[in-house]
Design a protein around this ligand. Structure first.
Ligand SMILES: Nc1nc2c(c(=O)[nH]1)N[C@H]1C(S)=C(S)[C@@H](COP(=O)(O)OP(=O)(O)OC[C@H]3O[C@@H](n4cnc5c(N)ncnc54)[C@H](O)[C@@H]3O)O[C@H]1N2
Ligand code: MOO
Length: 417
């Protein structure tokens, strides 16, 4: 991470978001441990090494329709007015099946997924027949190979099914099962400790005395860590007391990363800043973004990466998205650490600070068949508006050089929730 030189007036210059992220990622390595899990336990995990199909898919020629397997040449002249009548010599359902063959003038009744009998080269759907069981009238001439699903047309044994670094979702796990795999090599799950700091914090649901607030950041961060495919090793609330913070750091349980929320700004009681600074291995930056300007990142003795995020709840959500999530996905070994974004139409206009990348919580909508975005709260980008997160589907990301988003402009949005 680049160290931030003091500006002449004593205030450090702003670091571009990308530079701050690159500094973090240069200090983060994949955990590298590999586990093997059964497919049923693979959801949400990250594939450690690429895997190939063990069988052809489909593994045998089979029917795509309920109907009759026929020899196409036998019924090439069939029509509604001049049906061709064939003898039904077999009744084939999907499932274990003996070898069956049909000869000239013969058909087999066949269900979807059943193996095609040898000699057959097309399937006529039952709707195009009289549905006979001993003899069948075929009322439509099939195209050659009509409704046949050929062995290996989806995948051949040895073809790559999944590539290293993929997040394993429903479709990928299903593809692995279809390709003959029973388990997958996955990366170890990073264990992440979450620490919310602030003497004003009380348990959600606890009575509020003057000056006290319900701690929402712990839950926000714990949920975000889990959504990023990591495990929460510990969730803690600490008061603005340097001694308590030092004690926790000194005696903490082992983990792969620590995320602090609060106490990183310039206030007299911003203890995270003061205590982390004592190690000399944590850098403090003012990042060119709104919200999320004050940021801390570095390592604790032993090498554990530590993030200090600004305490305002929207700042926590934005900072996690911009910096912590990419770092955790790197630890997980993900090939893709950047969330996909889309451009949608701004439903209303709003302002953005000059020279800072704005992350505006937005609610999606639709107008004239197009997806739209508008600020999720009346207070706009206010970083303290935790209640507004409930209305947010994600963030609009407004570039540093843009100061006004006008209604009708296309804005980049990342959908998070
Ligand atoms: N003189 C300056 N003051 C501030 C600056 C600055 O540049 N100069 N930056 C402002 C910005 S921007 C931010 S963001 C905050 C960040 O401050 P901290 O990281 O030290 O955060 P706190 O002061 O601890 O808390 C900020 C705010 O968030 C509330 N909070 C904290 N923790 C939680 C929690 N777990 N759940 C819900 N809400 C929480 C806290 O009560 C404060 O209202 O500094 C500005 N000040
Ligand atoms: O930078 Mo603070 O995170 O604007 O609210």
């Amino acid at each position: 991470m680049s160290t931030i030189p003091a500006a002449p007036d004593g205030v450090e210059p702003l670091v571009p978001v990308q530079e701050h992220l690159e500094g973090i990622l240069s200090g983060i390595a994949p955990l590298g441990r590999v586990e093997h899990v059964r497919l049923a336990d693979a959801a949400g995990r990250t594939l450690a090494t690429s895997v190939d199909a063990l069988v052809d898919l489909p593994s045998f020629d089979n029917s795509a329709m309920d109907g009759y397997a026929v020899r196409q040449a036998d019924v090439a002249a069939a029509s509604t007015d001049h049906p061709v009548v064939l003898t039904v010599v077999a009744d084939l359902a999907a499932g274990p099946a003996a070898e069956v063959a049909i000869g000239p003038g013969e058909a087999a009744r066949i269900m979807t997924g059943a193996p095609i009998p040898s000699g057959a080269d097309a399937v006529v759907p039952v709707e195009r027949t009289d549905a006979g069981t001993t003899r069948v009238a075929i009322r439509q001439a099939p195209r050659p190979s009509q409704h046949l699903r050929r062995r290996g047309e989806d995948l051949h044994a040895g073809d790559r099914v999944l590539t290293a670094g993929m997040e394993l979702g429903a479709g990928r796990i299903a593809a692995a099962a279809a390709a003959g795999l029973a388990e997958l090599p996955v990366t170890a799950v990073p264990q992440v400790a979450v620490v919310a700091t602030g003497s004003e914090l009380v348990e959600p649901g606890a009575p509020l005395g003057r000056g006290l607030i319900h701690d929402s950041n712990s839950l926000l961060l714990a949920s975000l860590v889990a959504e990023a495919g990591c495990a929460v090793s510990e969730v803690l609330r600490l008061p603005d007391d340097p001694r308590r913070l030092r004690e926790w750091i000194g005696g903490r349980a082992p983990c792969d990363a620590i995320v602090f929320a609060g106490g990183v700004s310039v206030g007299a009681h911003d203890v995270v800043r003061h205590v982390l600074a004592e190690f000399g291995t944590v850098a403090f930056a003012r990042v060119a973004m709104q919200p999320g300007k004050p940021q801390a990142f570095g390592t604790l003795p032993g090498g554990t990466p530590v993030f200090g995020l600004p305490g305002n709840p929207v700042s926590v959500a934005v900072s996690f998205e911009a910096f912590v999530r990419p770092a955790l996905l790197t630890m997980l070994g993900r090939a893709q650490v950047r969330r996909p974004s889309w451009h949608v139409v701004a439903e209303v206009g709003w302002c953005s600070p000059a020279g800072r990348r704005q992350y505006m919580p937005i609610a999606l909508g639709s107008r004239d068949g197009r997806t739209t975005a508008r600020p999720a709260t009346a207070g706009g980008a206010g970083s303290h508006l935790a209640g507004g997160l409930a209305a947010a589907d994600g963030f609009a990301i407004v570039p540093e050089h843009v100061e006004v988003v006008a209604a009708g402009d296309l804005v980049e949005v990342a959908i998070l929730w």
